[in-house]
Design a protein around this ligand. Structure first.
Ligand SMILES: Cc1cc2nc3c(=O)[nH]c(=O)nc-3n(C[C@H](O)[C@H](O)[C@H](O)COP(=O)(O)OP(=O)(O)OC[C@H]3O[C@@H](n4cnc5c(N)ncnc54)[C@H](O)[C@@H]3O)c2cc1C
Length: 467
């Protein structure tokens, strides 16, 4: 994407600008800080209500303006860059808790409310939204639109599971509600499910209603390290021939530990894998919360082996996306948590992949990452909820190696009925990178897009096939 604007006359642009200004919504000219994945918008709109979002979208329809919603702006580089962007619709002024029914464990919050602000309001009533979002500034709308989930997906599910109602504004300005306290439903569609993971391509999320959980009285983690899989050759180089069987052995060991913890009667709420460099050691960490969490975590620790330990504080890496190991081949990497609890990837030259496999095939998927890293000479980090079948893979390499890594890993993962998608890639690696791989539901996605956004103006081009 070269960031060029689509050609249209100054007069047309001026008319559209005037119409936006007359809409009654705060609108300003876009600046350098408003660029979306290399694409500069013309205006930034700052609506304060769903009705104001609708006013912006109606003007945008009349003047054929492309609209990209933004919340905290932490993941605007995820997905393909939009093919055009006239209006950046910033939800920062929609930042209220609309309703918190503590007795029913339900909250309705506006899209621009940050997850921290929501957590604070809920904690005052001893409740929480059971997603472990570690990134400051993340908004409710961004959370729904990107559909990332953290460690406790293992017990509580993902955004999609916890979302029970939604208000959205469609491309033509229609305000639609689903679930929660229903006012109007769009017939035949489960709006909450459709908009979860939609990256702003179907419309704008105005507010979301979630199921809550009581804050647990205590939390304890059990963790164990597993030795590195690689037999190093002279000079520390690892050859695939020497290490692939070791990778399979380690992946098997990890899988056994993860499965034992996941099936434990201690009822963990999360079972996570952290493998900061797939040619080095890995950690399995398990969270037990609620009554007698220390005793129950002790039972899990026993399952993880003699070296395992329990800790009262969450590991620094917990719930964070992985960061790529440095691009060296010696496998050396700091073993401490120092520096690892900083804000991860966010377009710092790293590529972030999401790997999904059936839980019974996780061992094979982990071994596949290791073998692919060696084969392509690309160090990689893996982290995620392996027993739930979802891990993230981070790497930092030049464009050619990144594409080779993604293609080779995808071939292995898809052969075992898994999926691999590229969540984000630096611009220099993006060309020639197949972001999506095999997409079975493309025809269905197109029909949904046409139904919700027939003019193709909502975050156009973010998804596969130009959707
Ligand atoms: C448990 C958990 C752990 C996470 N861990 C990490 C981590 O370690 N590191 C990390 O970097 N991230 C992590 N994330 C992702 C983090 O939550 C993102 O920052 C968030 O999903 C994006 O929020 P945002 O407000 O910054 O969205 P933005 O960056 O503003 O937007 C992201 C996408 O959503 C669209 N969008 C935004 N708002 C709306 C709306 N109202 N309607 C429609 N579309 C909209 C945008 O157009 C864009 O495509 C984690 C998320 C979870 C749930």
């Amino acid at each position: 994407m070269d960031g060029a604007r689509d050609p249209r006359s100054d007069e047309t642009t001026e008319q559209a600008g005037k119409a936006l200004a007359a809409s009654g919504v705060a609108v300003r000219a876009a600046g350098a800080d408003d660029v979306v994945a290399g694409v500069p918008p013309r205006w930034v709109a700052l609506p304060e209500t769903a009705e104001e979002i609708a006013a912006v979208l109606r003007v945008s329809e009349e003047h054929d303006l492309a609209v990209v919603p933004v919340g905290g702006g932490t993941k605007l580089h995820w997905g393909a860059p939009p093919s055009r962007c006239d209006v950046l619709l910033d939800t920062c002024c929609l930042n209220e808790v609309v309703e918190h029914e503590a007795g029913d464990l339900v909250v309705r919050a506006q899209a621009g409310l940050t997850v921290e602000a929501l957590a604070e309001a809920l904690a005052a009533k001893g409740q929480e939204l059971a997603l472990d979002v570690p990134v400051p500034g993340t908004t409710i709308g961004g959370l729904v639109a990107t559909a990332i989930a953290g460690p406790r997906r293992f017990r509580y599910g993902t955004v999609r599971d916890l979302l029970i109602g939604i208000t959205v504004v469609l491309a033509d300005g229609t305000i639609a509600h689903a679930g929660g306290k229903v006012v109007k439903n769009v017939a035949g569609y489960d709006l909450g499910k459709l908009f979860t993971g939609s990256y702003g391509t179907l419309g704008v999320v105005a507010d979301a209603t979630f199921r809550l959980h009581p804050l647990p009285p205590s939390r304890t983690w059990a963790a164990a390290s597993f030795a590195r899989p690689v037999r190093s050759g002279p000079g520390g180089d690892a050859s695939e021939e020497a290490s692939a069987p070791e990778a399979v052995r380690l992946a098997g060991e990890l899988h056994a530990a993860l499965a034992a913890a996941a099936g434990s009667q201690a009822e963990p709420v999360a079972v996570e894998l952290d493998w900061p460099d797939v040619t080095g050691p890995a950690t399995v960490a398990v969270l037990v919360e609620g009554a007698a969490s220390a005793e129950r975590a002790d039972a899990v620790r026993a399952l993880l082996g003699p070296e395992a330990r329990t800790v009262g504080e969450r590991p620094g890496w917990w719930g964070r996306l992985p960061s790529a190991p440095p691009p060296s081949r010696d496998g050396a990497r700091a073993e401490t948590d120092a520096g690892r609890d900083e804000e991860p990837p966010a377009g710092r030259g790293e590529t972030l992949l999401e790997l999904r496999a059936s839980p019974s095939r996780v061992a094979g998927a982990l071994a596949a990452v290791h073998v692919t890293a060696l084969e392509t000479g690309t160090p990689a980090a893996v982290r995620g909820s392996a027993p739930a079948g979802v891990v993230h893979v981070a790497l930092r390499a030049d464009a050619g190696r990144t594409a080779r890594f993604a293609d080779a890993l995808r071939a292995r993962v898809e052969a075992a009925d898994g999926r691999l998608v590229v969540l984000s890639a630096p611009p220099e690696a993006a060309d020639g990178l197949d972001r999506w791989g095999r997409v079975g539901a493309l025809a269905l996605m197109r029909r949904v897009k046409e139904r919700f956004d027939p003019g193709g103006r909502m975050s156009p081009g973010r998804f596969v096939g130009g959707i």
